[in-house]
Design a protein around this ligand. Sequence first.
Ligand SMILES: Nc1ncnc2c1ncn2[C@@H]1O[C@H](COP(=O)(O)OP(=O)(O)OP(=O)(O)O)[C@@H](O)[C@H]1O
Ligand SMILES: [Mg+2]
Length: 306
Amino acid sequence: MREIMKRKDTSTKIISLTRKIADKNAALVRRKNRNRKSNTRVIAITSGKGGVGKTNIVGNLGFALSQLGKKVLILDADLGLGNIDVLLGLAPKYNLSHVIAEEKSISEIIIKGPGNMNILPTSSGIQELTKLTKEQKIQILTELDSLIDSIDILLIDTAAGISSNVMYFNVSAQEIMVVVTPEPTSITDAYALMKVLSLKYSERHFNLLVNSASSKQDAHEVFRQLNLVADRFLDISIEYSGCVLFDENVTKGVRRQKIVSELYPDTRASRCYASLAKKICKSRPHHSPKGDTNFFWKDLIQNKFD
Ligand SMILES: Nc1ncnc2c1ncn2[C@@H]1O[C@H](COP(=O)(O)OP(=O)(O)OP(=O)(O)O)[C@@H](O)[C@H]1O
Ligand SMILES: [Mg+2]
């Protein structure tokens, strides 16, 4: 009996020692994760309807954020029809298709744009890129995750619509900025996009940016209407990010392959992009990054896209 008690005592000591070691290791891992937790903000700029001004917003907002001293990376996630490089007058030699083909790493394809912004270009006219497998998308985010700690803000320029690629990049971002214009078709498509993101992917919070508005009041009215309907029929919250006023200098810039903020820094639209950049710098993201990753994909995307 004494022998049994002695053995029991020893095994209790071993168990308690093992627990202590496990607790210590867990604490170390937690501390490591906390230290590694990135402050990089990941914002997806998206829309239901196409041609509402996303790429111009990403380019100009990125430029305005750079002017405020932020290190910006732009990911062209309009896979297959990417054109941020064209808008910025750049001619990248390599793009995401070379990463997918495992010919280049992500860091090797990043190029510099105006204001020293970093641009991660995609290809245009390669249909295969619109049909990436889950593994290939995870490959992109994993590589990105390992290099964006040195970046303050990652802006993701998505394609328009509700395709699985668009959903994927929106769900992987920390913040979703939906772009809408005052046109009824754009408003209904923005509503449809948020509906799918909330019902199918449990996204509950959105930022709304009204582009090409004739006035600030006009823009706010668009937000008010959309918010009213969403409040009634969807379980989501929409925060008003502000507006970019209609300005024909934006189109002039597009034709000259220079963003309006660089070409005409003191025009209506450029001032809007600049104040949006200031607002973003002052605000805190609605969600904070989880664990040791900049993206939510580790915990969330895997389940949502199975
Ligand atoms: N604030 C603005 N004022 C005037 N014109 C604008 C404004 N913003 C965008 N535009 C015009 O709208 C066009 C489409 O813009 P952009 O390419 O940025 O849209 P997009 O949402 O990225 O399109 P897509 O869905 O095809 O990717 C631009 O070429 C520009 O001429
Ligand atoms: Mg675009």
